[in-house]
Design a binder for this molecule. Structure first.
Ligand SMILES: Cc1cc2nc3c(=O)[nH]c(=O)nc-3n(C[C@H](O)[C@H](O)[C@H](O)COP(=O)(O)O)c2cc1C
Length: 450
C-alpha cells in the first residue's frame, strides 16, 4: 500500500489570456520540495490544475453582463432549474457533457465584472499541457483539470476532473474479490475525480495555489495521452437521474396522454388489483355535469361471469349480423373472432355511465337526448383518464366498442338497471410487444377556421 502525497503549487502572478501554462508551470514544478527533501517531479506524478487558470490562459473570460447568453451557448440541455431569492439557477448539461450549475460559468477568482467560461475542450487542454511538461521535465506525468461541482443528495461542493491526459480515469473492480472473498460486481472507482477532490483540500479557493501535484497514484498514469475525462460522463441512456425532479414530473405530465396507445396483444402476466384501483381512481377525477359522479366500472377477470357476458354479447351480435345483408357466415365468424381479445385479456373493465346518478330529467325528448349526450361525453372523459393511467403504470389497454351495441344484454348479464349505459369494454394487460411510437401530428390541421 502506498501513501498519497499532495503538494500545493502557488503561482506568483495572475494568469492572462495567451499565457503558456505548461511553460509557466514548468518552473514552479521544478522547484517543488517534497517532505523527504527531494525536488521536482518524477514518473507517475499527477499535476492537477484548476480549470479557472486554464480558462484565463485560453481567453475564456467574458463580461458578466452576458452571463445568461453565455450559459445558453454553453448548454445543450436544461437538467433542472431552481428559483432562489437571488434569481433562477439553471443546472444544465454543457457541450462537454458535464452537468453543472450555470454551465460551470462562474465569477470567483476573476476580475470584478467578468466571468469565466470552462475551457473549450478540457481533455485537449490537458493533453497539450501533459505533452509539453513530459518533454520539458523529462518524466511521465499526468495532467488533470478540475472544476468544482455540487452533487445531488449531498451538501457541499467537491472538485471533479473535467479534463485529463495520461491518467486512467476509472478503475473497474468488476470481477475482483473483496477482503471477504466475494466477487465485486459493479464497483468502478472514479480515480480522476478522487484525485481532483484530494487536491482541492490543499489548493483551496481563497489561496493562490491553483495547482497541486499528487504522488502515489503512479499505477494509474499511462504512457498514452489519448484517453481523457470524457470517459467519466455517464451516457444519458444509462442515467437514472437525467432530469431534475420538477423537470421529470413536467415531462411525465406532458407525455402522459401521448404515451397511451391501443394495445391488442397481452402477456399472461397477472394484473394487480392496485393497478386497476389506481386507474379507476384516475378515471373518476374526470369532469362531469352537475357536480355528479356518474361513472361505474365492472371489473371482470377471466372466469365464468366474463365468459357468460361475452357469449351473450356474441350471440346478440351474430343475430344482428345475420340480419345484415351481404355478410357471409364466414365473415360473421371473422368479425366475432375480433372480439377474442376480450376473452383472453387478463382483465376487462366495462365502464358505465349511470344516468340515475345526477342526470336531470326533461319532459321532452330533445332535451333528454342532449342530457344523455352530455353524460356520455363525461363517460368518455373518464375512460380516457383510465386508459392514460393504465399506460402510465406500464400496461396496455384497448377500448373495444362492443358493449355499446348491446346495452340490454350487458345490463341483463351484469344485473344492472337500464339507466346504466355501457361505454364499450376495456381490455387490459401487459403489452406483448412494445407499442409503436405515436406518429407526429400537426395540431393546426385539427383547428377549424375562425
Ligand atoms: C369508443 C371507441 C371504440 C373503439 N372500439 C374499438 C374496437 O371495437 N376494436 C378495436 O380494435 N379498437 C377500438 N377502438 C380503438 C381505436 O381503434 C384506436 O383508438 C385507434 O386505432 C387509434 O389508435 P391509438 O388508440 O393507439 O391512438 C375504439 C376506440 C374508441 C374511442
Amino acid at each position: 500500500m502506498q501513501a498519497l502525497q499532495v503538494i500545493p503549487v502557488s503561482i506568483d502572478r495572475r494568469i492572462q489570456a495567451g499565457d503558456d501554462l505548461a511553460e509557466l508551470l514548468h518552473a514552479h514544478l521544478e522547484s517543488i520540495v517534497w517532505p523527504d527533501g527531494s525536488r521536482s517531479l518524477t514518473d507517475g506524478d499527477v499535476i492537477v490544475v484548476t480549470s479557472k487558470i486554464v480558462s484565463k490562459s485560453e481567453d475564456r473570460i467574458i463580461q458578466a453582463s452576458s452571463r445568461d447568453e453565455a450559459i445558453d451557448r454553453e448548454a445543450v440541455r436544461v437538467v433542472a432549474t431552481k428559483t432562489t431569492p437571488k434569481g433562477v439557477t439553471r443546472i444544465v448539461q454543457t457541450r462537454h457533457g458535464l452537468v453543472m450549475a450555470a454551465a460551470g460559468v462562474d465569477a470567483s477568482n476573476v476580475d470584478e465584472g467578468t466571468i469565466a467560461l470552462l475551457p473549450v475542450d478540457p481533455d485537449s487542454s490537458a493533453r497539450a499541457m501533459a505533452m509539453t511538461l513530459r518533454a520539458s521535465l523529462g518524466v511521465q506525468v499526468a495532467v488533470v483539470i478540475t472544476d468544482t461541482m455540487g452533487r445531488p443528495w449531498r451538501m457541499g461542493v467537491t472538485d471533479v476532473a473535467i479534463g485529463s491526459a495520461g491518467l486512467q480515469v476509472l478503475d473497474d473492480y468488476t470481477g475482483r474479490t473483496d477482503s471477504y472473498g466475494r466477487t465485486l460486481e459493479m464497483t468502478v472507482i472514479a480515480i480522476a475525480d478522487e484525485i481532483a477532490a484530494a487536491t482541492d483540500l490543499v489548493k483551496g479557493k481563497v489561496t493562490n495555489a491553483p495547482v497541486a501535484v499528487v504522488r502515489g497514484m503512479a499505477e494509474f498514469v499511462t504512457a498514452d495521452l489519448d484517453s481523457g475525462s470524457a470517459a467519466l460522463i455517464r451516457p444519458l441512456d444509462e442515467d437514472l437521474f437525467s432530469l431534475g425532479t420538477a423537470e421529470a414530473l413536467a415531462l411525465g405530465r406532458r407525455e402522459a396522454a401521448r404515451n397511451r396507445r391501443t394495445v391488442r396483444a397481452f402477456t399472461d402476466d397477472h394484473v394487480a388489483d392496485e393497478v386497476i384501483k389506481e386507474a379507476i381512481s384516475s378515471a373518476i377525477t374526470a369532469p362531469a355535469p352537475h357536480h355528479s359522479t356518474p361513472w361505474r366500472f365492472s371489473v371482470l377477470r377471466q372466469g365464468a361471469q366474463r365468459t357468460a357476458l361475452l357469449d351473450a354479447m356474441a350471440a346478440a351480435w351474430r343475430k344482428d349480423l345475420r340480419a345484415t345483408p351481404d355478410i357471409s357466415p364466414a365473415d360473421i365468424e371473422k368479425r366475432i373472432a375480433r372480439g377474442d381479445l376480450l376473452r383472453t385479456a387478463p382483465v376487462v373493465i366495462v365502464p358505465f355511465m349511470d344516468l340515475a346518478n345526477g342526470a336531470h330529467t326533461y319532459p321532452d325528448e330533445a332535451r333528454s337526448g342532449y342530457e344523455r349526450d352530455m353524460f356520455l361525453v363525461a363517460g368518455g372523459a373518464a375512460v380516457q383518464n383510465l386508459l392514460i393511467s393504465i399506460a402510465a403504470q406500464g400496461l396496455g389497454s384497448a377500448w373495444i366498442s362492443s358493449t355499446l351495441f348491446c346495452p340490454e344484454v350487458v345490463q341483463h348479464q351484469l344485473d344492472l338497471d337500464e339507466t346504466a349505459l355501457p361505454l364499450g369494454a376495456i381490455a387490459i394487460g401487459y403489452p406483448a410487444t412494445t407499442p409503436a411510437p405515436r406518429p407526429p401530428a400537426d395540431p393546426s390541421v385539427f383547428e377549424l377556421p375562425t
